[in-house]
Ligand binder design. Structure first.
Ligand code: SAH
Ligand code: SF4
Length: 394
């Protein structure tokens, strides 16, 4: 659906997976496109179908990055494949490990753009926080990524590539059905996933494929700042858990801190949540709520949050996120007592409202802190970008 202004979904030429040496990257292509690429390179249809199936299994189940190790394919054909195709990964620029075990990777696309991914280990699970864009068209006032311009959408191979790299780093090949360290995925890295819909959908389909990475859609969560017209489509075509960055319960405050609210207001957004396919008590919608001192954290705000969730009869839980600071940020985090009080009120209203423990703050890996180092800008420049983005919403 076309949305006027700077916040339009940004089209990228697809498919555009040919690397500099002319070889086509097979990562991120649906099975049929792998088959078609093999036919185009000269295989007959029957053989192409069989090889596509084998290659798929090798790439996504075994983690192969080289045709030479694909022992179920005849040797001469492995060389033939290697001359025409590749199994790519984003380049790793830097890896950092937090004192709490959180890991952050600064990655680079083939055409030289930096983006980040974060792995958050817990006792009973491990969550990979995946980026969907380099930068973001939106400009939530508390978010570091929002101070970047949108550089470009990430392509399916770059999105799936993050999961593949994490599996490499954790030594989790071949795909195990049980006991994985990388057990969950959240589309909560850099960017707004619903403004890169097709690529995010294609990538997540691959991540969910049973003969590959095999992550259940119940273990994947897509977070949106509230791109209302894309939400039903996301439920129908991707079907993963939904998280919504609500962050405020009045028009004034949400207009200020999540400027997309000027386009799609709170009531419209909550109606889209009520209509989200597949949401029920067993699969609740998560509302993310960043705790900003004296901005959105009063008792009244908490009560209004309960009222709104009840009004729309939403199967919901609320995640309270202590604000993570970054250089130049205009807000402060609410006090510990305030966050606790807010949580208590929401709980008393019958809605679960856990307080998220910040992870990886020491390496700037926590929610909303991601931003490519190369993109550092002055306060004046940040304000100018903010104004530009907001003008596009007016
Ligand atoms: N663009 C998507 C997903 C990425 S952000 C979205 O906005 O939902 C992931 C979550 O981190 C969002 O809820 C976002 O609002 C929140 N966030 C952003 N900046 C933050 C900060 N500085 N402190 C805490 N949470 C932040
Ligand atoms: Fe973009 Fe999400 Fe950050 Fe808002 S919170 S600027 S939508 S990445």
């Amino acid at each position: 659906m076309p949305i006027p202004g700077l916040i339009d979904p940004v089209p990228v030429p697809r498919p555009a997976f040919e690397s500099e040496d002319g070889r086509v990257d097979l990562v991120g292509l649906p099975r049929e496109q792998i088959r078609d690429a093999l036919v185009e390179a000269g295989l007959d249809l029957k053989q192409a179908k069989l090889r596509a199936k084998q290659i798929w299994h090798q790439i996504y189940n075994r983690g192969a990055t080289d045709f030479d190790v694909m022992s179920d394919i005849a040797k001469p054909q492995r060389a033939w494949l290697g001359a025409r195709f590749k199994v790519g990964r984003p380049d790793i620029v830097v890896q950092q490990v937090s004192t709490d075990g959180t890991r952050k990777w600064l990655l680079k696309t083939d055409d030289g753009h930096d983006f980040e991914m974060v792995f958050i280990p817990d006792a009973d699970r491990g969550t990979l926080c995946v980026s969907s864009q380099v930068g973001c068209t939106l400009n939530c006032r508390f978010c570091h990524t929002g101070t970047m311009r949108l550089v470009r959408n990430l392509r399916p191979n770059e999105i799936v590539g993050q999961v593949m790299l994490a599996r490499d780093a954790l030594g989790e090949w071949p795909s195990q059905p049980e006991g994985r360290m990388l057990s969950n995925i959240v589309m909560m890295g850099m960017g707004e996933p619903l403004y890169n819909f097709d690529n995010v959908r294609d990538a997540l389909k691959i991540v969910m494929d049973g003969d590959g990475l095999g992550l259940s859609r119940r273990r994947i969560t897509l977070s949106t700042s509230g791109v209302v017209p894309m939400m039903a489509k996301a439920g129908e075509e991707i079907g993963v858990n939904l998280a919504v960055s609500l962050h405020a319960v009045t028009k004034d405050v949400r207009d200020e801190i999540v400027p997309l609210n000027r386009k799609y207001g709170i009531e419209e957004l909550l109606q889209a949540c009520a209509d989200y396919p597949g949401a029920n008590n067993a699969r609740r919608i998560t509302f993310e709520y960043v705790m900003l001192k004296d901005k959105n954290d009063s008792d009244e705000d908490a009560r209004e949050l309960v009222r709104l969730i009840r009004k729309y009869k939403l199967p919901a839980k609320v995640n309270l996120i202590p604000f993570n600071p970054w250089p130049g940020a205009l807000y402060e985090c609410s006090s510990g007592e305030r966050v606790q009080r807010f949580s208590d009120i929401v709980y008393e209203g019958g809605i679960s409202a856990p307080i998220r423990r910040p992870r990886g703050r020491d390496i700037m890996a926590a929610c909303g802190q991601l931003k490519s180092a190369a993109e550092k800008k002055s306060r004046a420049e940040l304000d100018r970008i903010a104004e530009e983005k907001q003008a596009a919403l007016a």
